[in-house]
Design a protein around this ligand. Structure first.
Ligand code: BTN
Length: 258
């Protein structure tokens, strides 16, 4: 189902392929499901699924992602090389950082691995899912959820942890303009990343987790240490109290000390 909103976004985009094929829905379970179905059917790279709201939005580590209307919920189908797959986290995070700054003037930060934060509260979550066969990526789907005009204070489950652009600015932000900005930045960074490491540098520069004492939890595994660095593969390097370091591939970060 495509409609005017999708056409409007498409017509305002000066991209080559990202967002040139938009599937816009008023309500879906999750844009990830639709994007993966279309990707398996062979949809061209750059296809973008946008929903006004989601009834079963998903977050990282199988969490629920609240996705009422007033926010941005979208998934983009990409065909990266296996080598460039780890860069997608960086590309998506930096695209959102740049777009928020461009549209609102706010300068967000990143909490490892890919939460976009404003003053310590989450404004955007990113979910990347992919299918790999042998040494070839069949497809990757980048899911982006931004709290745009939501009032997080009205939702007890997220009121202390989340913010929105509306909450920070005190005025509504155009979801269409922000969507166009994210998609444009995403394409530019994705094309650049084929031949450069600059996205890694920009991602690292905005990583507010670095230098802090953190606890990282993944399932039953818990590690504590100083967040010393992030690697080009996207991993977090922790320095433990006995001086040894370890690389963390995935997990949830809790800041113990700034
Ligand atoms: C996270 O922070 O845990 C990631 C949240 C990702 C949410 C987006 S909204 C668009 C896309 N569809 C989903 O169901 N999830 C992602």
């Amino acid at each position: 189902m495509q409609n005017n909103k999708g056409d409007f976004i498409k017509n305002h985009l000066a991209t080559r392929f990202v967002g040139k094929n938009i599937y816009y829905y008023d309500s879906v379970t999750s844009t990830m499901e639709i994007a993966k179905k279309l990707a398996r059917e062979g949809i061209a790279e750059g296809a973008t699924i946008i929903a006004n709201r989601q009834t079963a939005g998903r977050g990282r580590l199988d969490r629920t992602w609240l996705s009422p209307d007033k926010n941005i919920a979208m998934s983009i189908v990409l065909h990266p090389s296996l080598e460039n797959l780890p860069k997608l986290i960086m590309i998506a995070s930096v695209a959102v950082l740049r777009a928020i700054k461009e549209i609102t003037g706010i300068k967000p930060q990143i909490k490892w691995p890919n939460d976009i934060m404003i003053k310590g509260k989450k404004v955007c979550g990113i979910l990347i899912e992919n299918e790999v066969k042998g040494n070839k990526v069949s497809f990757a789907v980048v899911g982006i959820g931004v709290n745009v005009n939501l009032n997080p204070k009205a939702i007890p489950e997220i009121s202390t942890l989340a913010t929105s652009l509306f909450q920070e600015l005190g005025e509504e932000v155009s979801r269409t303009r922000l969507t166009c900005a994210v998609l444009s930045e995403l394409e530019e960074l994705y094309l650049q990343a084929q031949s450069s490491t600059s996205v890694y540098i920009e991602w690292q520069e905005h990583m507010e987790t670095l230098g802090k004492l953190v606890r990282v939890q993944f399932g039953t595994s818990i590690e504590e240490g100083k967040a010393e660095a992030v690697t080009e593969a996207g991993n977090l390097v922790l320095r433990h109290s006995d001086g040894h370091t370890s690389e963390i591939l995935a997990g949830d970060v809790i800041i113990l000390k700034d």
